[in-house]
Design a protein around this ligand. Structure first.
Ligand code: GLN
Length: 478
C-alpha cells in the first residue's frame, strides 16, 4: 500500500486526500518511510511528524533544499559554517507551501551556499545520482533533484542562480522550473547572489510544477523585489503547439554539446514541429559571454552576502584569540574551497580601481544579453536549448577543473542574467561520452518575463508528446 501511495503525483495525491480516500497521515507515513531509505546522501534532515493542512497541496510532503530557513529544523546551506544553526523563522516560500496544505518532509543536501553544478561542494558529502551512483546528480539543488528522481519525495523545491534547478533536473530526468526573477519571495532563502537567486519547483511532471508554482508565487512584503505572477498559475492543459514559434539560438551550432545530447535535442525539435510549432534560428550574440559575466557578478554579490558569517551571529564559532582572529579562523574553518575562491574573486572584482573593469563591464554584458532575449521574443514565443551540454558526469570528473565545471551552466546562465523564466523537461536518454548505460537529457524552454503560464502550457504539450517514462533502475525507456 505505502509503495502505491508513493506512485501518486502531487495533484493525484492531494485530490485523494481532499476526497478522503487516503489520509494525510497515511500519505506522509509512506513518504517518510521512503525517505528513510535514502542511500543517495540526498537528505540532511528528515521530519518525523507531518503538519499537513488543507488546500490545493493538502497532505502532500515536500522536500526542501537546505537553503530555505525552516523554524524547528536545522538549516546549513550545505556549509560547515552554519552547522547547528536553528533559524528563528521560516522562509516565505516554505510558508506558502504549508499554507497550501503541504508538509515539509526533509531538508536536502546541496552545494555549499548553492555554489556548484555537481553537489560535490557540499560540506556533508556529495549526493549520488539515482540513475548511476558513480555519477553526480548535478547541482546545486542536487539533493532536491535526487530525492524526486529516486522516489524519496513526491516533489521538492530548490533555488536557481545560474542553473541550479534546471541542470540537476536535467541530469536526474525530472522537471525543474526557474521562474521569473521576482515571481517568488526570497525572504528566508539564504542569499548567494541576490540579483539572480530564484526559488522554484523540482517535480516529476509539468503539472506538478504548475501546482507548486501556484502556491509559491506572489508578492511578499518581506521581499521588496517580489511581485508575483499576475493572474496566478493554473494547471496546464494545452494539447498542441500550433501557432507558436520556437527560436533555436544560432550560436548553438558551434558550441560543444555531446553527440547524444544533440541527438535528443534534435528529436525534440522534430516533435515540436509535429505538434504544429514552428522552429527557426535566431541570434543571441551575447549569450556566449554569459558565463564570463555570471562568474564576475555572482561571486561579487556572494562576497558581500557571505560577509555576515563571522562567528558572531550564526552557526559555528572558532575559539581562542582576539576578535579579528576569531573572525578569521571561523571563516577559514567554516567555508569550503569553492566558497573561498568565490569570496576572493568577488572581493577583487569589487575592489577600488577594478570595479568598473570587472563588475561594471559584466553588468553591461548582462544588459546586452537581456536585450538579445527581448529581440528574440519580439518574433518568437520561446527560446529552446539543451539544458546541459552533457548527461550526468562521473563523481570527481570535473572537480579539479573549475572552468570545465562552470561550462555546465553555459545554457542556463543567460536566462538567469536576463531574469526570465525557463523550464527543463526530460526529453529522452543518451549514452554518456565514453559509453555506458543511457542517462536522462533535459530540454530547456525559456519564455519572456512573467510568461510562466504559456511556458507551462507549451512544456505540458511537449511533455505529453515525448511520453518520457524511464525511471532510474532501468524500467521503461524514454
Ligand atoms: N553552477 C552555478 C554556480 O556554481 C549555478 C549555481 C546556482 O544556480 N545556484 O554558480
Amino acid at each position: 500500500m505505502s509503495a502505491d501511495l508513493c506512485e501518486l503525483g502531487v495533484a493525484e495525491a492531494a485530490a485523494k486526500v481532499a476526497a478522503g480516500e487516503i489520509s494525510a497521515a497515511e500519505l506522509f507515513g509512506a513518504w517518510r518511510e521512503a525517505a528513510a531509505g535514502d542511500e543517495l546522501n540526498a537528505y540532511l534532515w528528515r521530519a518525523q511528524e507531518a503538519e499537513p493542512g488543507s488546500g490545493p497541496l493538502g497532505g502532500v510532503p515536500v522536500a526542501v533544499k537546505d537553503i530555505f530557513c525552516t523554524e524547528g529544523a536545522p538549516t546549513t546551506a550545505g556549509s560547515r559554517i552554519l552547522e547547528g544553526y536553528a533559524p528563528p523563522y521560516t522562509s516565505t516560500a516554505v510558508q506558502r507551501l504549508t499554507e497550501a496544505g503541504a508538509s515539509v518532509l526533509g531538508k536536502t543536501n546541496m552545494d555549499e551556499f548553492a555554489m556548484g553544478s555537481s553537489n560535490e561542494n557540499s560540506a556533508y558529502g556529495p549526493v549520488l545520482n539515482p540513475w548511476d551512483r558513480e555519477r553526480v546528480p548535478g547541482g546545486s539543488s542536487g539533493g532536491s533533484a535526487a530525492v524526486v528522481a529516486g522516489g524519496l519525495a513526491p516533489c521538492a523545491i530548490g533555488t536557481d542562480t545560474g542553473g541550479s534547478i534546471r541542470q540537476p533536473a536535467a541530469l536526474c530526468g525530472i522537471v525543474g522550473l526557474k521562474p521569473t526573477y521576482g515571481a517568488i519571495s526570497r525572504y528566508g532563502m539564504i542569499a548567494f547572489a541576490s540579483s539572480l537567486d530564484q526559488c522554484g519547483p523540482l517535480t516529476r511532471d509539468v503539472t506538478d510544477a504548475a501546482l507548486l508554482l501556484a502556491a509559491l508565487q506572489g508578492r511578499d512584503p518581506c521581499d521588496s523585489t517580489s511581485v508575483g505572477i499576475e493572474g496566478g498559475v493554473r494547471a496546464p492543459s494545452r494539447g498542441d503547439l500550433k501557432g507558436l514559434r520556437f527560436a533555436v539560438p544560432s550560436e548553438l551550432a558551434r558550441d560543444e554539446i555531446d553527440a547524444g545530447v544533440r541527438e535528443v535535442f534534435e528529436a525534440t525539435l522534430a516533435r515540436i514541429e509535429e505538434l504544429g510549432g514552428e522552429i527557426a534560428e535566431a541570434p543571441l550574440p551575447h549569450a556566449e559571454h554569459g558565463i564570463s559575466a555570471y562568474y564576475v557578478i555572482a561571486p561579487a554579490e556572494a562576497s558581500s552576502n557571505l560577509a555576515r558569517y563571522d562567528g558572531v551571529r550564526y552557526g559555528q564559532r572558532a575559539e581562542g584569540g582576539d576578535l579579528v582572529e576569531m573572525y578569521e579562523s571561523t571563516r577559514a574553518d567554516g567555508f569550503g574551497a569553492e566558497v573561498k575562491r568565490r569570496i576572493m574573486l568577488g572581493t577583487y572584482a569589487l575592489s577600488s580601481g577594478y570595479y568598473d573593469a570587472y563588475y561594471g563591464r559584466a553588468q553591461r554584458v548582462r544588459t546586452k544579453i537581456a536585450a538579445d532575449f527581448d529581440a528574440a521574443f519580439a518574433e518568437f514565443d520561446f527560446v529552446v536549448t539543451p539544458t546541459s551540454p552533457s548527461v550526468a558526469f562521473r563523481l570527481g570528473e570535473k572537480t579539479a577543473d573549475p572552468l570545465a565545471m562552470y561550462m555546465n551552466d553555459f545554457f542556463t546562465v543567460p536566462m538567469s542574467l536576463a531574469g526570465i523564466p525557463a523550464i527543463s523537461i526530460p526529453a529522452g536518454l543518451a549514452e554518456p561520452e565514453g559509453g555506458g548505460p543511457r542517462l536522462p537529457v533535459g530540454f530547456q524552454i525559456a519564455a519572456p518575463a512573467f510568461g510562466e503560464q504559456p511556458l507551462l502550457e507549451a512544456a505540458y504539450a511537449l511533455e505529453q508528446a515525448i511520453g518520457f517514462e524511464a525511471r532510474p533502475g532501468g524500467s521503461g525507456d524514454g
